[in-house]
Design a protein around this ligand. Structure first.
Ligand code: GLA
Length: 418
């Protein structure tokens, strides 16, 4: 079933946030935009201009993650060739936090006995390390977050050698927005922007380049203000899940946001579910293709020590990764849809054009004869291309019938589009 999310309705589903381990529900509706512009701060020098690549603990381990899992993930990122393919960050998500002491210093919990030693270990592998917190009292998992301790926490992260922070709204809503501005959505949004600005400045003050990842589910058109608070990437939706409907729905919600992506500043459709759940190989391929077309951060979230060869092949496909990491930094546009087939294109730095044709049809076993209209893509006559999943050259003729299995993708790079 096709699902297109509205990006324009003006009421916020604030009630969906909670401080439990439950992920917040996707914002089906957008908030009224905060009237007060975010304070202008000097930009954090982007630690890297291409979308971050790496692995994050949440999608596979959730609250069970331990120090050992992080070390194993680092080892396997190297051993599987993923590091060589560009995966750099090992990101610890929620549930590493312990209690604050009387001086306000946040300690790790028993699952993470020595964060500095862990960071050193990850760095010793030639990788970088990320961590997680939020602007409220509690994270989404109910652990201690950074409210009132922003500078102290940022300084501690920098002292540990942290390279990436995911900052998740969670209990900030009940702790601050509801309390300080009950029934005033616009004022609530201003408080939220200010909270992200506060941590952006705190990170900047440390002097350490730390990728700043905003996680507040796309509220208040975050793509319009995130760069002004130092954000390098910002979640655009609720949490991804390892099923086709979730992945396709989230990808669809990125259409129209392409103008907000640029080198160092990325729309974040959430982490990868490649290799998780019951996704078919076609679905895994399409998920990865779409995220690459969308210039999305490529943060794998699978069980690296037990990764199947076919999943490794998808995650390390250099041609597809090159689309994601293209230096022009242009996010794909969905050019047209016909029936249940979508066509996306992405211009690349060397003048090439990436084209993705996705069959979103729900019948797993059928194919959808589809005729690609090259003129709609601004192309004239037959195009020589490379099929990035077979690695073979293909010629795309006008009105050529393309057969795609359910939820499968044709992803090509046209070197010299005409
Ligand atoms: C929220 C985020 C997820 C994850 C969890 C952790 O749901 O959106 O990506 O970080 O919190 O509790």
């Amino acid at each position: 079933m096709r699902v297109f999310a509205s990006l324009s309705v003006a009421i916020l589903a604030l009630a969906s946030l909670s401080t439990s381990a439950q992920p917040p529900a996707p914002p089906q509706m957008q908030a009224p935009k905060a009237q007060l512009a975010a304070p202008q701060v000097p930009q954090l020098a982007p630690p890297q201009v291409v979308p971050p690549m790496g692995w994050n603990s949440w999608n596979f381990f959730a609250e069970r993650v331990t120090d050992k899992d992080i070390r194993d993930a680092a080892d396997h990122l190297v051993a599987t060739g993923m590091k060589d393919a560009g995966y750099t960050y090992i990101n610890i998500d929620d549930t590493w936090e312990g209690e604050r002491d009387v001086t306000g210093v946040l300690h790790t919990n028993s699952k993470f006995p020595d964060m500095k030693a862990l960071a050193d270990y990850v760095h010793s592998k030639g990788l970088k390390i990320g961590i997680y917190s939020g602007p409220g009292n509690k994270t989404c998992g109910g652990y201690a977050a950074s409210l009132g301790h922003e500078e102290q926490d940022a300084k501690m992260y920098a002292g540990w050698g942290i390279d990436y922070l995911k900052y998740d709204l969670c209990s900030f809503r009940v702790d601050v927005m509801d309390k300080q501005a009950p029934n005033d959505k616009a004022a609530q949004m201003r408080l939220m922007v200010a909270a992200y600005d506060k941590m952006g400045k705190a990170l900047q003050t440390t002097g350490r380049p730390i990728v700043y990842s905003l996680c507040q589910y796309g509220w208040d058109a975050v793509w319009e203000w995130a760069p002004s608070v130092g954000g390098n990437l910002w979640r655009t939706t609720g949490d991804v899940q390892a099923n086709w409907e979730s992945i396709y729905n989230i990808a669809s919600q990125q259409a129209g946001l392409e103008k907000y992506a640029s080198p160092g500043h990325w729309n974040d459709p959430d982490m990868l579910e490649v290799g998780n759940g019951k996704l078919s190989l076609a679905e895994n391929r399409t998920h990865f293709s779409l995220w690459a077309m969308l210039a999305a951060p490529l943060l794998a979230g699978n069980d690296l020590p037990n990764m199947k060869p076919e999943i490794r092949a998808i995650l390390t496909n250099r041609d597809v990764i090159a689309i994601d990491q293209d230096r022009l930094g242009k996010q794909a546009s969905r050019i047209y849809s016909e029936g249940e087939v979508d066509v996306w294109t992405r211009p690349l730095a060397d003048g090439a054009l990436a084209v993705a044709v996705v069959n979103a049809g729900s019948d797993r076993y059928s194919t959808h004869p589809f005729h690609l209209d090259l003129a709609k893509l601004g192309l004239h006559g037959p195009q020589t291309a490379k099929d990035l999943w077979t690695g073979k050259p293909v010629t795309l003729a006008d009105n050529q019938p393309i057969e795609l299995a359910s939820h499968d993708v044709l992803l090509v790079r046209i070197a010299s589009p005409r």
